[in-house]
Write a protein that binds this ligand. Structure first.
Ligand code: ASP
Length: 291
């Protein structure tokens, strides 16, 4: 029997001191929600999706409610889920305003396609019972202010309060990963980041599960998650592999960020090259959080 474990992140970045406790508390709530699914004997995919749903519904993170907006002020969401045992995976990118994109990705796992994008993705979601909402329902005052700063005043998009993700292991050692994001504030309409791309921002197999956050373009050029997973598969220590690839993504591909990783047997692994990354963990022995 493996020891169940679930980790969440609420985005890598430089959070203002004052909002750090709130971000840590939000992560803890999500970790507990995912952990409750594992405790009740639910699947590891259900558990990671439950963790992400809590973060998507929390307006302080850049996913679902409170998401980042495109240059034209629109909602455009990216999300993906992967099941390590079956290696089944699904993602949606440049999706319209839907409250919980991760649940759409989970439903998409029943299809043979791995990635749907843009209008056809939104239409597919509607046809499968998901409710498109007015963009205002996902747009917070804080996001509008930040959007204005980035688009009108040329401020750095910054990753603070960003993307959300969850990885988990159940008692049988099965692994899963899920990630959800509004992307980068002021992004070009149609831009897709690393989060919904399997093997880049989200990945799970029988050895490890990962969810990343940070400069999506650098993570894509680095082919981030698959490289870490293979390094672990072929014997590198998970902490070392995570750190090496995040430093390489920074130094060789020019992007900062962080990631959470769980293996079939080890303790939680996380690392970031940004100032911080809000995160939390759940295990049957207890919970914890940090920034
Ligand atoms: N990785 C995300 C993206 O590039 C952003 C983030 O993690 O904050 O879309």
């Amino acid at each position: 029997m493996a020891k169940p474990l679930l980790l969440v992140h609420g985005g890598a970045g430089d959070l203002p001191e004052a909002s750090r406790p709130l971000h840590a508390a939000g992560c803890l709530e999500a970790a507990e929600a995912g952990g409750a699914v594992l405790e009740a004997g639910g699947s590891v995919v259900d558990a990671v999706c439950a963790g992400v749903v809590v973060l998507e519904n929390n307006p302080i993170y850049n996913a679902g409610v409170g998401c980042a907006l495109t240059r034209s002020g629109r909602v455009s969401l990216d999300s993906a889920v992967m099941d390590g045992k079956s290696r089944n995976a699904a993602g949606l990118a440049a999706l319209d305003a839907f409250p919980n994109p991760v649940l759409i990705a989970q439903r998409m796992m029943q299809e043979q396609e791995v990635l749907l994008v843009g209008q056809p993705a939104s239409e597919w979601a509607e046809r499968h019972g998901f409710r498109r909402v007015p963009e205002d329902e996902l747009t917070t005052e804080a996001a509008r202010i930040q959007w204005h700063k980035v688009v009108d005043e040329g401020a750095d998009p910054n990753f603070a309060g960003g993307t959300v993700g969850c990885v988990a292991r159940d008692a049988d050692g099965n692994l899963a990963a899920a990630t959800s994001t509004g992307g980068t504030m002021g992004k070009k309409p149609g831009r897709v980041g690393d989060s919904p791309l399997i093997g880049v921002g989200t990945y799970a197999d029988d050895v490890c599960a990962l969810s990343a956050t940070g400069h999506g373009e650098a993570f894509m050029r680095a082919v981030f998650a698959a490289r870490v997973a293979d390094a672990v598969r072929y014997g590198e220590n998970p902490d070392k592999a995570l750190r090496r690839m995040l430093e390489r993504t920074r130094d060789f591909f020019g992007g900062f960020g962080g990631a959470i990783l769980v293996t079939a047997e080890s303790d939680p692994h996380y690392f970031w090259t940004t100032v911080g990354m809000s995160h939390a963990w759940w295990s049957p022995n207890g919970t914890g959080s940090g920034i």
